[in-house]
Ligand binder design. Structure first.
Ligand code: XMP
Length: 339
């Protein structure tokens, strides 16, 4: 029978078998999935786990600082390395507008960043030596590179990995992985749904703040800007998103709503009027949904007063935005994210 206790015991055992005496790094995103995966691996192999948080510059306002702060509590005291990779990701995304291409680029840059972090960690542990030519030489079998990811069952299915499933979109940690992957993957949540992961997280003693955190996609705001991703556009989206989140939280809707992507239609402009002046700004889309597992979703019936406050505040406080639009599409036919 399925109990969280059984899942924990079974996965810890499996991880020990797979990793042996090796070391692993865990790709931490700040969300519940990677935190639970890290906590399981921490139980299994202790301080041979290092967590790596990559700030790819596609996070929401203040998010990176919050994640660093919440980290210690949420993973049972594992080590954390923070990599600042904003320039690297933005350069790689320059000029790219196709959603699948964005996802693959982000997946690839994540892996490259983890490879560099792993090399650094192994060097610190004395498991590799630098060679004269600039390469590295492995001095121990324990240097096998294990990468822990919080991949869930729906990620696998929707990336085309499940039986008979079509590739709807390449999740950054599944279909978005490069082909020459130099890591062996450890994915203890690969058969679980989100509600199950939350139950396991609670059982492992993770704080509610992490366990009940709304989903946020690994590719971050990169797939919420329709069009090219630039620093300026990210800045606009961040300001609008922070307002929407603050108002939804203030209205007490965080648990009721599964998540609310805020999407910038960066290549669309419309005419508006503010004061005496004409504006020619961008629309922003609110996409609040309810869901149990993200495989299907319904558009959330957020009270008009709350929507009104969000709209007024965004158009007052973010001058680049002159129109706020509500997405009233279920999944299917619409996916939750726009890209
Ligand atoms: P869609 O847009 O496919 O999203 O309906 C379903 C759920 O998955 C999240 N999502 C992702 N999560 N990496 C992630 O970690 C990804 O590449 C990714 N793409 C979508 C999305 O936010 C929603 O919760």
């Amino acid at each position: 029978t399925w109990t969280t206790g059984n899942v924990i015991e079974e996965q810890v055992e499996r991880i020990r078998e797979q990793v042996g005496e090796g070391t692993a790094i865990c790709a931490l995103s700040g969300g519940v999935d990677s935190a639970v995966a890290a906590a399981l691996v921490q139980r299994a192999i202790g301080d041979r786990l290092t967590c790596v948080y990559v700030n790819h510059g596609l996070m929401r306002q203040d998010e990176s600082a919050q994640i660093e702060k919440a980290f210690g509590e949420s993973t049972g005291g594992a080590k954390l390395v923070v990599v600042d990779a904003e320039d690297q990701f933005l350069q790689a995304l320059a000029g790219v507008t196709d959603p699948e291409q964005k996802r693959k680029i982000i997946g690839r840059e994540f892996i490259r960043t983890f490879e560099r972090a792993q090399a650094e960690i192994l060097r610190e542990r004395g498991l590799v030596e630098d060679e004269a030519g600039g390469g590295t030489h492995t001095t121990s079998e324990d240097a096998t590179a294990f990468l822990v990811q919080g991949t869930l069952y729906p990620d696998v299915v929707e990336s085309g990995g499940g039986e008979g499933a079509a590739n709807i979109k390449s999740h950054h940690n599944v279909g978005g992985l490069p082909e020459d992957l130099s890591f062996e993957l450890v994915e203890p949540l690969r058969t679980l749904f989100k509600d199950e992961v939350r139950a396991v997280g609670s059982e492992l003693g993770l704080p509610d703040e992490i366990v009940w955190r709304q989903p946020f996609p690994g590719p971050g705001l990169g797939i919420r800007i329709i069009g090219e991703v630039t620093r300026e556009r990210l800045d606009v989206l961040r300001r609008a998103d922070a307002i929407a989140r603050a108002e939804l939280t203030a209205a007490g809707l965080d648990r009721e709503i599964w998540q609310c992507p805020v999407v910038l239609l960066a290549d669309v402009r419309s005419v508006g009027v503010q004061g005496d002046g004409r504006t020619y700004g961008h629309p922003i889309v609110l996409r609040p949904v309810t869901s149990d597992d993200a495989m299907t979703a319904d558009w959330a019936k957020v009270p008009y007063e709350v929507l009104g406050r969000i709209s007024t505040r965004i158009t007052n406080e973010v001058p680049e935005i002159n129109r706020v639009v509500l997405d009233v599409t279920s999944k299917p036919p619409g996916t939750i994210e726009w890209e």
